[in-house]
Design a protein around this ligand. Sequence first.
Ligand code: M6R
Length: 576
Amino acid sequence: MCGICAGISEKINIIQDVVSGLKKLDYRGYDSCGIGYIDEKQIKVVKAVGQIKNLEKKIQNLEAKIAIGHTRWATHGIVSEENSHPHISQDGKVCLVHNGIIENYENLKSKEVVYYSQTDTEVFANLIAQQQGEPLSKLRMACQKVVGSFAVAVLFEGHDEIYLAKRSSPLAVAVENGVVLASSDISVFAEKFKSCYILDDDEFCVLNSKNAIFFDKNGKKIEKNCVFLKNYDFFADKNNEKYFMLKEIKEQPMAIRKTYFEYFSKENKLDFELLKKFKRFHFVACGTAYHSCLIGAKYLKEICGKDAQVSLASEFRYEKNIYSKRCLYIFVSQSGETADTLACAKMIKDKGYKSLAVTNVPYCSLNNMCDFVLPTFAGKEIAVASTKAYTCQIFTLLIFAQMLANKSCEHIKKFALDFKIQNLREDVLQFIFQFKKIFFVGRGQDYVTSLEGALKLKEIAYLNCLGIAGGELKHGTLALVDEETLVIAISTQKGLKEKMENCIEEVRARGGKVLLVSQFEHNVKVDCKIVLPDFKEDFMPIISVVPLQLLALNFCLKLGYNPDKPRNLAKSVTVE
Ligand code: M6R
């Protein structure tokens, strides 16, 4: 993953812009960070383990006109200063920050070089240094030799420029008022720039103090169109909440309403007619977005009678002979930058098949790759654990299914207006806090909610928990149920009520405790209950996940962790 930010200016001390850029990028990784700069023609580097504030302490009063910065999510090598970026070549002449993975880095190692870190990036820095010619040719030649993904910003000793290259990892550049900035995410440009340029794969760019000059893979100069930033929702603050995650959970009703009004406003130009001709749909995504796809596929099957299937992007990539021309491939991703999802979208594009991106970030790489875009309007999501993006994905896929089926959306509007967040009762929280072993159980759409509930609790409270299909309990997991086990049973479909009751009885017979999450009465005894507001069944995946999000958040806080930045994870998973 990782985030890079690099800047150059004759007028100002660029260090501050680069550091404040890194702070905005720390959702991409926060294991360590570092900055490389030019001081009296010499390349210098400062690094720190942990958050950007640790780096700031080390660079107080530092001034420079050219700097490259990095915030790291460790892939190759432990979290340490040696493994932090920037990396410098053995001869000291090339200094590099990198987002991505160089897959063939072991083969590219040179016997003449002593490597100080365990990273693929240090190998890349040395590879560039070993090439002949001017900086841009060296960078181009090195890029030809590497396999994998990269967005890099490079300093060359003796050159007052920053050199950029990109393949499969995002990189953009903005130029205004004597400041030139490059970043992994355009939100970094929000305060100072009106427009920016987004690099495509295998393009290069040279930044000098006044300008950005773009080149294609052959080193030929190219002109690029700029993207205007005025309509982009950059700003995210905690709105007086202590954590982004809590704020984002609370924002869900607003986000759902915004999504409704965006799709039903007169300005909405999306042509659903074009999409109706597809008979088959194949969803592809990772993590939470994969869960929303499972619900989306159910909508397409049940509401439109269409054939729909779902794959994890990391699995779909390596499946054989599954492609069909008559199918619409739907890639769902909050960030639109997830490496596995992007790789699948590219695979489908290369085959000439049609694809639709469902994303929450305008100008993301996935939108670029797909034929159609169905935006979700959740607003910027900062917390690593996805909440409002998930419910907006589900809501958007419901609108999509209704439109494809030519069905009225009046009840969708009513839901959008009526949906509210209910807090968890204190007694429910105290009950849940007693347990360390928690299973989430559900059937049908509630099985998906159980997967999502378990993912949230693992992700931020680090509890070893599982989401299980109700009917599967007796095929193995029941062996783990004892007096110390909590089973959270989600039951929102009246047609499956009895089946869920059986499941609850099976758990109670083994001494397990049960928390029931439902909007209706059940004929079984349970230990605790969360009563959900009663909406039409199609909306219940949105309704029932909210208490599970709150449960995970409260558990995390009770254990003293930061919900916004769970260990080992990052918001945007830009490596495979
Ligand atoms: O940006 P994406 O939606 O493509 O991200 C996919 C997953 O990495 C993401 O949903 C992840 O599972 C979340 N951290 C879960 O809360």
